[in-house]
Design a protein around this ligand. Structure first.
Ligand SMILES: Cc1cc2nc3c(=O)[nH]c(=O)nc-3n(C[C@H](O)[C@H](O)[C@H](O)COP(=O)(O)OP(=O)(O)OC[C@H]3O[C@@H](n4cnc5c(N)ncnc54)[C@H](O)[C@@H]3O)c2cc1C
Length: 396
């Protein structure tokens, strides 16, 4: 047996034997819906356990707390976590965008200070990019960071801050110079959330759950050493962060960020649902739709494989990564919609309704499926990026 096969078997056994017992409260579907202390502590302990077993940050340098192994080991772990549908890890923003960013361009001191806490979930991270009046138009961010001696003073507000109630640090895009052209006046900060004057206020979601906040900054003073890179380099650093967030660039420390019903679960639901007195799965129109989903799913899988072979994507190295977010998030939203359509009038029943099919998880999944078609760049913006940067179409 090859070393990788043996590793795969060890990982399979570890997750099978160490999966935490079902808690007596509802777990969130993704890191974007962590809304209660009980949910948070449960997930944080789970992340710690996975890290202690050596299964997070496997490809990150050893000197900062990583495993120093080739990326393939982490890929195997991630795939196994998804296959066994174990709970997700909460520090997604730390593990998969703040962490890779700090490793790519942080100072030696920053790497020593932040990386281990990201991996073992001591330090949860959040992201302060969107503002109430500018989400897609990120370059127009207005939150002010004014230099005052050895500090910057922050004033303004950020919105849709996932994990804002639980994070210890925030990656923040702020305007340091309103006189300069909009791209040049921005700077990037690593901000301690416990700073006086920073106040995250929870926002309730469509599903009734919490998970993100509007974060207010009122004369919040942070040390100048929180600046990442140089003053005025914020736009460039934010763009690099987005390449990690949208999965275009590698370097992520792994874990999975979501546990939601997938295509196989939908097939099983179609088997249980009824159409004209027979299982819905026997209806040719339903079968046709399911096969279409399967083809898309397989297409995405093969496309991801193609991305691993440099010779097949060297002409357009970012094409696959850029299009995956768009395709996968829209696929999920349509799949969840289809799952509801199988339920007839029962589709209106939500979590908490004793007659909801499967406890209402499909309804919750449907509402939550919109998250990834908006967060990290909306589908419309993502389609524009693919059109312009990959296909070379004229600007819209
Ligand atoms: C669940 C969730 C979690 C999130 N977490 C975070 C987080 O942790 N940190 C953070 O900073 N942000 C977060 N966001 C915010 C997210 O990044 C923004 O919502 C997103 O960038 C869109 O911005 P907006 O909401 O201001 O919409 P707008 O920019 O106002 O867009 C409204 C609509 O107009 C369309 N549109 C806008 N401009 C164009 C254009 N040029 N061409 C075509 N269509 C256009 C958009 O596609 C969209 O359909 C989160 C969002 C969600 C849903």
């Amino acid at each position: 047996m090859s070393e990788l096969d043996e590793f795969r078997r060890t990982v399979e056994a570890w997750f099978r034997d160490n999966r935490p017992p079902e808690p007596d409260f509802l777990l969130p579907e993704s890191f974007m819906e962590v809304g209660s202390d009980a949910q948070f502590e449960f997930l944080r302990n789970w992340q710690r356990k996975i890290y202690d077993a050596g299964y997070l940050g496997m490809a990150w340098p050893r000197e900062y707390g990583g495993g120093g192994k080739p990326q393939i080991y982490q890929d195997i772990v991630n795939a196994e976590m998804a296959r066994q549908k174990v709970p997700f890890v909460p520090n997604t923003i730390g593990l998969n965008w703040a962490g890779p960013l700090i490793l790519a361009m942080g100072t030696e001191e920053a790497k020593k200070r932040y990386i281990k806490g990201i991996l073992n979930a001591d330090d949860i991270w959040c992201q302060g990019f969107s503002e109430p009046d500018q989400g897609s138009d990120l370059a127009n961010s207005q939150l002010a960071a004014k230099r005052d001696g050895n500090d910057y003073v922050l004033n303004g507000s950020k919105i849709w801050t996932s994990l804002g109630s639980y994070a210890k640090y925030m990656i923040l895009l702020a305007r340091t110079n309103p006189q300069k052209p909009r791209y040049d006046g921005l700077s990037f900060f690593l901000v301690p959330m416990q700073t006086p004057g920073i106040e995250p206020r929870p926002i309730k979601k469509l599903t009734g759950e919490y998970g993100f906040t509007q974060t207010f900054f009122t004369d919040a003073r942070i040390p100048a050493e929180c600046l990442m890179g140089k003053e005025g380099e914020g736009w460039k650093i934010a763009m690099l962060t987005l390449t990690f967030e949208r999965g275009v660039t590698g370097g992520q420390a792994g874990g999975i960020s979501r546990v939601a019903p997938g295509l196989n679960d939908v097939v099983e639901l179609a088997r249980r649902s009824r159409r004209d007195g027979a299982p819905a799965l026997q209806d040719p129109a339903i079968r046709d739709q399911i096969v279409r989903f399967m083809i898309e799913d397989q297409g995405d899988r093969l496309c991801a494989k193609r991305g691993e072979i440099a010779a097949l994507c060297s002409e357009r190295p970012n094409a696959i990564g850029l299009s995956v977010k768009l395709r996968v998030s829209e696929h999920r939203r349509r799949l969840m919609q289809f799952a509801l359509s199988l339920q007839g009038a029962n589709a209106v029943r939500f979590v908490g309704d004793s007659s909801a099919i499967d406890g209402g998880k499909w309804q919750r999944g449907y509402f939550n499926a919109f998250s990834s078609t908006i967060g990290g760049g909306t589908s419309q913006i993502q389609a524009n990026i693919v059109g312009e940067r990959v296909l070379g179409l004229p600007k819209d």
